[in-house]
Design a binder for this molecule. Sequence first.
Ligand SMILES: N[C@@H](CCC[C@H](N)C(=O)O)C(=O)O
Length: 317
Amino acid sequence: MEITLLKVHGSMNTFYLLEGPENDHYDQLAVQLAKMDSSVDGLLVVLPSDKGQAKMRVFNRDGSEASMCGNGLRCVARYVCERDGLDEAVIETMKASLAVKKEQPLGDGNAMYAVEISPVSFQLADLPMVYEGNSEWLMKPLPFISEEIAFSAVAVPNPHLIGIVPKAYLQDDSHQKKWAETFNGPNGYFSDGVNVSYVTKVETGIFVKTFERGVGFTNACGTAMTASALISCLSGMVPYGEVTVYNPGGMVKCRVEKEGADFNLALSGNATYLSRHRFEWAEELANSKFLSSETFDEQEDYERFIDKVAVKAKQFV
Ligand SMILES: N[C@@H](CCC[C@H](N)C(=O)O)C(=O)O
């Protein structure tokens, strides 16, 4: 079957995006595309929805399906808004229908989108995570990982473990890699695996590096950055409101607002198109092939944005 793939990124968290009807084999397509292109983190599928303008499904490189993807949702938001001639839309995801909107381009004309990140839960059962009968785990060392790092568990709604660390843990990522790899797939503490982020305070915000479930180290993970901004506000490391979040692939802004016991979270950043491809999705997956490719010229603008605006991100990677 011939399909059209768009290669897109948010903070260099890179995906193939396709629009299509429901299909039971998108997980296998995600694995095949990851084999053919090592630069992609997963597959975004845009589907019809009766709850909004479209539905998004997201598959990691290993074919596992995630309930949410913040950087991917910005790219889907752009795709759907441009397709339907809208500045705002609602996109259905696995667990919630989320508001998305176009924002003023930043820097050199990069398309920018803001997306709602919801629902938020600190209940370990929602990750899921099991640890000695606790119902929440906020800003405390997890003895089975480290006595020195304050960890927090949060579902947004995909599962995240956030560690606030001194800069040295980001300059040498071997500690993060060891533990994130241990808990990446189903295990005794996290029965669906977990995304593990290490966060440090920098002059004008926070820096976040994430080892993603089903992927590995990534340039950026939107839900992880938003969860990290939330934990950074909760811990008093940065004030509530707009948090600048640097990552190995660039910079985003996360809005963290507290309303009673609840939190409103939003993520703003680039939604960049890299290329468009005609792709033969063969029944025998290994016979699949790219038929033609057309490159967009947006990446040069993005790189200028990185050089000017997100230059601080580079001091950690
Ligand atoms: N990169 C994404 C998150 C993708 C899903 C994640 N690996 C999971 O399995 O939960 C983002 O930008 O949020």
